[in-house]
Design a protein around this ligand. Structure first.
Ligand code: SF4
Length: 266
């Protein structure tokens, strides 16, 4: 990987500019992999088991290379824009950035999203036996081959609900912190403010919340005995959704590159 190659790729018309900025990073389920420069670069960079293994030196060497190239590109862009990076007061920037992150994390919707993470872990910890019993039950049904039952389909649906819940469990919080940080920056006079980034990040969080609500609804059908605990999680998510929509009233109308643009096909 080198910066000239990245610059060349960035001009390739098959890629949708910035699509990876407001996606959910679930590349395995993304319909736009062939239109995403980030995906293509990742596939090229991490193209063997060693480079995909976090405990392998090859992974860290590759990451080091990516950071090095990124830094080179930042320096080059700064130079083109007439910005002297050495003249920047790094300590002051660090102090302000820390303040932004701290204030962002204090927003009530971030707190609610953080407590959702813990509630989900707690639900899965408390229901390990229940899930194993369900797997046994479906396996028995499959072996019995009873007409008009579809245990394999049910197992796939349950697995999908688990995957959706786990995928968004932490991401909702992370995206909301990013959205909140953009808003907090807007309130500080010296910071560059990006309402687009706030709304785009909030929209990704909203999508994650809505998909999680649907997934918990799917589990509610499968585990009626767990009605109380699942309804509590659903109420928590709906409360979070209401707070996020109140805080980011333009998020729903934010147009995510590619995903919300019907002119781009996958
Ligand atoms: S746009 Fe799709 S392929 Fe690209 S990073 Fe996001 S999820 Fe992955």
């Amino acid at each position: 990987m080198d910066k000239e190659y990245i610059k060349k790729l960035a001009k390739d018309p098959r890629f949708i500019p910035g699509i990876y900025n407001y996606c959910d990073r679930w590349c395995e389920r993304c319909a736009f992999t062939s239109r995403c420069m980030n995906y293509v670069l990742s596939e090229e960079d991490f193209d063997n088991p060693q480079s995909q293994d976090i405990s392998n030196k090859a992974f860290w060497d590759k990451l080091h290379e990516i950071f090095k190239v990124t830094l080179e590109m930042v320096k080059e862009t700064a130079e083109e824009m007439g910005i002297d990076l050495n003249a920047i007061d790094r300590e002051e920037i660090d102090r302000q950035t820390e303040q932004v992150h701290k204030t962002a994390k204090e927003q009530l919707y971030c707190q609610v999203a953080l407590s959702y993470i813990k509630k989900v872990d707690s639900w899965f910890d408390s229901n390990k036996g229940l899930l194993e019993n369900k797997a046994d039950e479906l396996q028995t049904l499959a072996q019995a081959d009873i007409p008009d039952t579809r245990p394999a389909d049910e197992a796939v649906k349950i697995q999908d609900c688990f995957e959706v819940i786990r995928w968004y469990q932490h991401q909702i919080y992370v995206k909301l912190c990013r959205a909140a940080s953009a808003n907090v920056r807007g309130e500080l006079a010296d910071f560059e403010y990006s309402p687009e980034d706030a709304n785009g990040s909030a929209k990704v969080a909203i999508i994650g919340i809505e998909r999680s609500i649907a997934a918990w609804g799917g589990l509610l059908n499968q585990f009626p005995d767990q009605e109380q605990s699942i309804l509590e999680l659903l109420a928590h998510l709906k409360n979070l959704l209401r707070r996020v929509e109140e805080a980011f009233q333009d998020a729903q109308s934010f147009v995510r590159p590619g995903f919300d643009q019907p002119d781009w096909d996958s």
